[in-house]
Ligand binder design. Structure first.
Ligand SMILES: [Zn+2]
Length: 493
């Protein structure tokens, strides 16, 4: 069926009738401040007829509402909510950067209000949800990029090819980003021992969609980092960036931030939906705390060359810094700002710091110490209080990533002066630390990607060299088969 841009949803068969969406009120209603309730009611009743001699500021006319899962179908306290995407989205959903493909379903048409709102569980919902989360992740990093667009790896020399999102890409307990396919693919599966009717869709997980979008965006920023011939820590940065995208994207949404503050009373180390990544998916595979726990205490010496474990060390360090800065800022601003707002601002600032540090790190073979040192340098240049850098140095040192520039005694004995903006432990606010162990398997060994997500398992990143990947541009099947083809050419010569 062809759907044109002027077409609206066919309300039969898409489940839209089941979804209640609040109507947009006329702008004049309820704007009579100070009026008694009776007068207000009377004015409201007559509101549409009241002339407005003073023009009101016209809102931006673009933008669409999407119904999305805020975590996933299993996290009932957040459930599915409306989200506003303020840019132009065409039927598909499609925009200038992202398109959606689901055979027999797309293009999905918006409704008469311009919204992509469908009953949860329908294929149309899956298309809208997946598109919206990809779009939100892209928008978050573009904000941190000074409003400038972030290219996909193939967006060079004027190429504007979109990334294609496949919400039901096939059977399997996985999801992945592929540069060759210019795609994000989300698979679905029935967990072992469950009836055939129980299907877990990875596209319905906010965390999984954010994670895979993180891979795609980082491949645009640092095209050499996915290569398997980089040190395991470089692979770890890719996996960690995916998980951190899920964390920071959740905290960029005020309703999620407020729910978290209320749930944990502002303690980010309390168990919560934030630190647990991909809850439904993890539980389906027998992991009660979700697929990952970002609030972990892993050290480099405990994870060998296993990239997924190595990524947890970096994610955990950043999560700890987030909790530290949040504790400091909540105390500092306790009389002037709501704790939810503090959390949102701290998370945005830390996300921008990590983003800028990654952009400033080496094009290939980046190590955790490179990113840590860039974070320290950029933080100092940005005028953050010295205690921010103490948090960064401490958290990377305690995980055996870097040398401890300041003594860890205060941290380990719980005597850090968490409310002292100038606290540095021993008075030195250094912005350069050293790799703790140059012989760490996380730097020297081959990458073990067996426990990573589908992206890291793709052949294109296993066999194409970092040097080739780092050159940007699209990737063809023959690039993956390059060595085999060379051998054949010789054999047939
Ligand atoms: Zn991944």
């Amino acid at each position: 069926m062809e759907i044109h841009q002027q077409d609206f949803q066919d309300r039969r068969g898409t489940g839209t009738m089941d979804v209640e969406v609040p109507a947009q009120r006329p702008a004049s209603a309820g704007r009579v401040s100070g009026a008694t309730a009776a007068v207000q009611a009377a004015v409201q009743a007559a509101a549409p007829a009241v002339p407005r001699p003073v023009p009101i500021p016209a809102p931006i006319r673009t933008g669409h509402r999407f119904l999305i899962y805020k975590q996933d179908p299993s996290v009932a306290e957040l459930g599915a909510r409306l989200a506003f995407v303020p840019s132009v989205v065409l039927n598909g959903p499609t925009d200038a950067r992202v398109r959606t493909v689901l055979d027999g379903v797309t293009p999905v048409a918006r409704n008469v209000n311009g919204d992509f709102v469908f009953a949860a569980g329908t294929p149309q919902f899956d298309c809208a949800h997946t598109f919206a989360v990809v779009r939100q992740a892209l928008a978050m990093y573009e904000r941190h990029n000074g409003g400038r667009p972030i290219p996909f790896a193939w967006n060079v020399d004027g190429n504007t090819d979109r990334i294609t999102v496949y919400p039901h890409a096939g059977l399997g307990a996985n999801a992945f980003y592929s540069r060759t396919a210019k795609a994000l693919k989300f698979l679905f599966f029935t967990p072992e021992g469950q009836p055939q009717s129980t299907v877990v869709h990875t596209c319905r997980s906010f965390d999984i969609v954010a994670h895979e979008t993180g891979h795609a965006l980082l491949d645009g920023l640092k095209p050499g980092w996915l290569a398997a011939d980089c040190p395991p820590q470089t692979g770890g940065l890719h996996e960690a960036f995916g998980d951190l995208t899920a964390i920071f994207l959740a905290l960029a949404q005020p309703d999620q931030a407020e729910a978290l503050v209320a749930l944990t009373k502002g303690n980010l180390h309390d168990k919560s939906f934030l630190a647990d990544v991909a809850e439904e998916f993890g539980r389906a595979l027998g992991m009660p705390s979700g697929l990952r726990n970002c609030d972990n205490d892993l050290k480099l010496s405990q994870v060998g060359n296993e990239v997924h474990g190595i990524s947890q060390v970096f994610t955990g360090a950043i999560y700890d810094v987030l909790a530290d800065v949040c504790a400091f800022e909540t105390a500092r601003q306790r009389r002037t700002k709501d704790p939810t707002l503090v959390l949102i601002e701290v998370a945005a600032e830390l996300c921008r710091l990590v983003f800028d540090a990654i952009v400033a790190s080496p094009a290939t073979g980046a190590r955790y110490v490179d990113v840590a040192n860039e974070m320290l340098r950029i933080s100092a240049g940005r005028g953050h209080p010295p205690i921010y850098r103490t948090f960064v140095r401490n958290r990377f040192a305690v995980r055996e990533i870097t040398t401890a520039a300041t003594s860890l005694t205060d941290l380990m004995s719980g005597r850090m002066r968490m409310t002292d903006a100038d606290y540095t432990g021993d008075g030195r606010d250094v912005t350069e630390v050293e790799q703790l162990d140059e012989h760490s398997a996380s730097l020297r060994a081959e990458q073990d990607r067996t426990r990573c997500c589908g992206t890291m398992q793709m052949p294109e990143y296993q066999v194409v060299s970092a040097e080739k990947l780092a050159r940007h541009g699209s990737l063809e099947d023959d690039d993956i088969l390059h060595d085999d083809l060379e051998e054949l050419r010789e054999a047939f010569g």
